[in-house]
Design a protein around this ligand. Sequence first.
Ligand code: PLP
Length: 407
Amino acid sequence: MSIKNKMNTRFKDLQGGLFSKVTKADVGEGAGQLIQNGYTVMAWADPFFPDPSIPESVKKTMISEIQNGFPSHYTMPMGDRKLREVIAKRIQNTYHMTLDPSRNILITPGSDSGLLYAMLPFLNEGDEVLIPDPSYPSNFVNAKLCGGKAVHVPLKPENGYQFDIDEFEKRVTDHTKMVLITHPNNPTGTVFNKQSIMSLCDFVKKHDLVLVCDQAFEDHIYDDREMIAPMSVEGMFERTITTFSISKGLGLSGFRVGYIVANDELMDVYYGGAVNVLGATNTLAQKAAITALEDESIIHDYHERLLRRRDIAYRILNSIPHVKAILPESGILSWIDISELGTSQEVAAYLLDKAHISVNEGTPYGLQGEGYLRIVHACFWDDEDAIKALNKIKECLIQLAVEKKLD
Ligand SMILES: Cc1ncc(COP(=O)(O)O)c(C=O)c1O
């Protein structure tokens, strides 16, 4: 009998990474090999990948930190004090909330580990977690890794992928412990509007639940949409754990810096377990993150760049016959309905084979993902490279429609 059978049921079924079924693009080696073989990877939510993109001010900090020799040492497990102060200031400016850097903020090695850690202390075996579908694949896996059960709550394109609280109400049981949302959402780019957020908060309070809110994509919101953080809604801070990242908005995914915000009663536990579960985040990366967050020109420049890219991608993808693109309200991702052309798996495999472009099938994003593809339109630094890749997708899907005799 395989030694693997001795693993617990939470972990035993894990295999090769979230998208291993597709191209293994999310398993590092796989993406590297695709690139080496001349493929284009548009399946990684990593701004400007694979082009170099460290801002000059951040580079300067890193060089001077290396020269002073300090990054050979740990920071405290809760993270660099200056970084926590900068984050507190940022949250004050964005959400008008006053946080204590030493009681409400924990630096994490990226927000993926922060997300799992945010959930871990709450879930007992069998606890149910309500998770909007489609959403970030890790959400469903994390519920299981923590011993809980993911309960999918459908979001519908006809509602602009906003919450329908009746769908949450229908799925509440005595075992429901938590609601987990990605806001803005990955893969749809939806920024949950005031009605969605307020009704969700009422629902969470009414049923005495915990809310975990992943705001990894909060930095680039388009068309003057309002970004409401649930933690800032009255009566929610004491029951909301919010996770953040510098990977998406600041394009610094390789630094592995994220953070958790929670009230001090909860944070007491997170600080208490930080060294066991997370260890301290990389010291050099934290120093670099301070500069990245303080240099406002970075986010400003990226915002213009990513908005332009969003518009380019929407124009090209929406001009493909038999494809419906959804205008992303935030971020770096396009979510397109290709159901007239085939299944997600079939169309993604066709693009990989004919265009040598890897995109994500919609299915790992939940039960609503069949018939959709996710395309990371913010790959490459230069617009021209992205335009070339998007046009290649267009040509290829036009050819697929011809082969399927759809015209
Ligand atoms: C919604 C969402 N949350 C969190 C993460 C993880 O980001 P980080 O690089 O901070 O671990 C990702 C990465 O793709 C994501 O899409």
